[in-house]
Design a protein around this ligand. Structure first.
Ligand code: 13P
Length: 255
């Protein structure tokens, strides 16, 4: 079954009002005529208003890097699904390894965020992936299965209808050391098969992004792999030219 590729930029803790406007303008110019690939950006929530305004008239979707499980109330510092919807955000990253590490987010808590997003009609971009030590110990599949099972076992396979999973091996994030296309494909196939054990149709449509040192040089080869449906891009998403090369590579490889 043909899946529509999705390339998303995770800006992490970077930018300013001026930077946001400038980068969005750059992306609009570079990607105006590109068809066949969904594109999204997740600036810091501080700059969603600037990004929303700058994206008017563009097919580039807006996203966010996190969300809380509560809708409103006494939850100092948190951001709700309703607030994200207020700015037109659509793709919401949850369970990024940086949040799992620095904010001690558990598999169960991330699954609650997944549920909150589905309830709100937003698209979860569920990040999973193993540490270098887990990789070397041969535990990659076990870790990925556990992180997915937190959602599968609470919400069922159907929760992955219209959802996105980003496989981001932690050793590949920000290191310049991407997984090889073959390595990434093997895990992506494992992830899809894992979901297929519960529901083949859901597994066939779920978008599986690879993330971890994706750049304008290595993207095209990654996208040749059948179960790599796009990329979640960190560092290279901060440059309009590099990010656009990645989007164009996905559009070309998948159409
Ligand atoms: P880099 O592309 O900078 O390695 O970051 C990947 C990532 O964490 C995207 O969410």
């Amino acid at each position: 079954m043909a899946r529509r590729p999705l390339v998303m930029g995770n800006w992490k803790l970077n930018g300013s009002k001026a930077f946001t406007k400038q980068l969005v303008e750059g992306l609009k110019a570079e990607l105006a005529n590109v068809e066949g690939c969904d594109v999204a950006i997740a600036p810091p929530v501080m700059y969603l208003a600037e990004a929303e305004a700058a994206l008017v008239g563009s097919k580039i979707a807006l996203g966010s890097q996190n969300v809380d499980v509560n809708i409103s109330g006494a939850f100092t510092g948190d951001i709700s699904t309703e607030m994200l919807k207020d700015f037109g955000a659509k793709y919401i990253i949850i369970g990024h390894s940086e949040r799992r590490t620095y904010h001690k987010e558990s598999d169960e808590f991330v699954a609650k965020k997944f549920a909150a997003l589905k309830e709100a009609g937003l698209i979860p971009v569920l990040c999973i992936g193993e540490t270098e030590a887990e990789n070397e110990a041969g535990k990659t599949q076990e870790v990925c299965a556990r992180q997915i099972d937190a959602v599968l076992n609470t919400l069922g396979a159907s929760a992955f209808n219209g959802a996105v999973i980003a496989y981001e091996p932690i050793w590949a994030i920000g290191t310049g050391k991407s997984a090889t296309p073959a390595q990434a494909q093997a895990i992506h196939k494992f992830i899809r098969d894992h979901i297929a054990k519960q529901d083949q149709a859901v597994a066939d449509q779920v978008i599986l992004q690879y993330g971890g040192s994706v750049n304008d040089k290595n993207a095209a080869e990654l996208f040749t792999q059948p179960d790599i449906d796009g990329a979640l891009v960190g560092g290279a998403s901060l440059k309009a030219d590099a990010f656009s090369v990645i989007v164009k590579a996905a559009a070309k490889a998948k159409n």
